[in-house]
Design a protein around this ligand. Structure first.
Ligand code: ZN
Length: 232
């Protein structure tokens, strides 16, 4: 499931919950590496999302082939077709040379960023029961891309967003005021969403999170925290 909340109003094509904007962006190779990684990993875990990406690719490819080459800049047609054929690569999918040691079933596109052992990443404690590890992406100056581990039963501080926040659930489950999310679900939250995700279900939560702007804490304690920290 892809769930996109725009001020609590889902933009839902028939039979699908959420906006197709990100899937379309992925299909035509228009996303920055951080978002492309999140959407590619989502499509690897969600057959519905994968079929929508392929649909958009086919439509965009057919559309481009109907264009009059004379009306385009020299090479523009080739560049556009190459972008689509590349399936919006999220960056080089490097084979992981060593056997996977952490036992986690991660999409290969994500595994190439994580390496063979997730515990070998540089994890930092964010708060009690919550830790995160940065992943290297080419647009890292603008977007933060990281894995977040939340202990079972642990709530994340209530917060709003100053931009987009993509959260792909890789393990476990969490819920907030917008619903419940499980492995393969991609939640897209924007400036109008204020939430307090809580890991539930007896299993720790592992997420891939991409943000393009600092979040703002909105709970009673969090408002005070904003005076001291700027957390993206
Ligand atoms: Zn959030």
């Amino acid at each position: 499931m892809l769930s996109t909340q725009r001020g609590g109003r889902p933009v839902a094509p028939e039979g699908y919950v959420g906006s197709e904007e990100l899937l379309f962006g992925r299909a035509i190779g228009a996303l920055p590496e951080s978002a492309s990684l999140a959407v590619a990993a989502h499509a690897a875990l969600c057959p519905e999302a994968s079929s929508i990406v392929h649909h958009h690719k086919a439509v965009a490819g057919a559309l481009i082939e109907t264009l009059d080459p004379a009306a385009l800049d020299e090479g523009a047609l080739d560049r556009a077709l190459k972008a689509i054929e590349a399936e919006g690569d999220a960056g080089p999918v490097l084979p992981v040379a060593e056997p996977v040691r952490d036992g986690l079933d991660l999409p290969s596109v994500l595994r190439s960023y994580v390496g063979p052992d997730i515990e070998a990443l540089r994890w930092k404690r964010v708060m009690k029961g919550v830790r995160e590890a940065e992943l290297p992406v080419s647009d890292g100056e603008i977007c933060r891309t990281r894995l977040m581990h939340i202990d079972s039963g642990q709530p994340v501080l209530q917060h709003g967003h100053n931009g987009l926040e993509l959260t792909l659930l890789l393990q476990g489950a969490y819920g907030d005021c917008t619903g419940e999310y499980r492995r393969g679900d991609l939640q897209v939250a924007d400036e109008e969403i204020d939430h307090k995700p809580v890991a539930f279900g007896g299993e720790d939560c592992l997420c891939l999170v991409v943000t393009d702007a600092p979040i703002r804490f909105t709970g009673p304690f969090g408002r005070l925290l904003n005076l001291f920290v700027r957390y993206k």
